[in-house]
Design a protein around this ligand. Structure first.
Ligand SMILES: Nc1nc2c(c(=O)[nH]1)N[C@H]1C(S)=C(S)[C@@H](COP(=O)(O)O)O[C@H]1N2
Ligand SMILES: [Mo]
Length: 323
């Protein structure tokens, strides 16, 4: 089925609703999204506040100490803005997923580690978080749609999880997978996406100092729309690599195919490193809209993180490193 010829951000804002992804309203209603869109605001607000009241068993770990090694060249985006402008296709194709995302149940939450490892592991998220030392890092985030933010994440280096996993020498990539539960994620009832969301990194990328697993943001545990309870932050790559609400890390020999690469391989590749000189097939990547400021800034190669990561790509110049 070749339905996704256009992605929502090609459309004028007023048209950027799921109904304009070239599907009939009936299809959407059948998929359950119509009902969500039609739910009175009050009903949704009620559900949101009920879920939000549940205590987070790790909240005593926040705020964590900031790691001052990671400096920003711009102010941190306001938390309120960050919480109301999100990409989370499991909860809708526009940016206003904050309310529907409150349906995501974040406890109990089990993380599986499997594939080419000494011994597969299943561990509860609270247990995992308490085994790690949380720190705060301020990172830029550059979406492939040419907008950006700057965020204070809390979490731990992905490298620490890799060490905990004890991968075999034959492991070449780590494949990460988001939860799959169409009952609590209306977007997963849209049959034209190959759910669940998947992303992957090479072992060298996964163990790079910058690769970070976020458990919190702005001094407290992650909000659901940010990808609670565990999401990736790889700030030198386009935002779609930073997979949310991860349930599984699988060490593999074959290069994983991410959800966006599966949907549109001509536009979204495996590497997806930020490069202002290489346009997306349908738009320029030269500048970015800094959300919440009205400002456009020139985009930097590797999103400004070349000192950390440029070496990873030496000798790979023939690969499609940039989209
Ligand atoms: N599971 C999942 N992860 C995801 C996405 C998604 O739709 N589903 N969107 C990606 C994209 S395109 C971006 S830009 C970031 C957005 O993260 P934010 O909403 O916290 O800014 O999440 C990424 N991770
Ligand atoms: Mo994105």
């Amino acid at each position: 089925m070749n339905v996704i010829r256009r992605r929502p951000w090609d459309l004028p804002q007023r048209l950027a609703t799921p109904a304009h992804l070239a599907f009939s309203r009936r299809t959407l209603l059948g998929a359950g999204l119509g009902a969500l869109a039609l739910a009175p605001a009050g009903v949704l607000a009620q559900r949101v506040s009920d879920v939000a009241k549940l205590p987070d068993p790790t909240s005593d770990l926040y705020p964590a100490k900031r790691n001052e090694a990671f400096k920003l060249d711009r102010p941190i985006t306001d938390e309120t803005i960050n919480l109301h402008y999100n990409n989370f296709y499991e909860y809708g194709t526009a940016k206003d997923v904050a309310a529907p995302a409150q349906q995501l149940r974040v406890r109990p939450w089990t993380v599986k580690i499997d594939g080419l490892v000494e011994k597969p592991i299943e561990i509860g998220i609270d247990d995992l978080i308490r085994r790690m030392t949380l720190e705060e890092r301020t990172y830029r985030h550059r979406c492939v749609e040419a907008w950006s933010m700057a965020i204070a994440w809390t979490g731990f280096p992905l490298r620490k999880l890799v060490e905990f996993a004890r991968p075999l020498g034959s492991a070449k990539y780590v494949k990460m997978t988001t939860f799959f539960d169409p009952k609590m994620a209306p977007g997963q009832r849209l049959p034209w996406f190959p759910w669940p969301y998947v992303e992957g990194l090479t072992m060298a990328e996964a163990t790079n100092e910058l690769a970070f697993l976020a458990t919190g943001a702005y001094g407290h545990p992650l909000a659901r729309q940010q990808g609670a309870p565990l999401r990736l932050a790889v700030p030198w790559k386009y935002g779609f690599k930073s997979i949310k609400s991860i349930v599984q890390f699988t060490f593999v020999e074959q290069r994983p195919v991410g959800l966006w690469e599966a949907v549109q391989p001509s536009e979204y590749g495996f590497w997806a490193n930020v490069n202002p000189a290489v346009p997306h097939p349908r738009w320029s990547q030269a500048t970015e809209e800094v959300i919440g400021t009205g400002e456009r800034r020139p985009t930097l190669i590797f999103n400004g993180y070349g000192d950390y990561v440029a070496d990873l790509y030496k000798g790979l110049e023939k690969e499609r490193l940039w989209s």
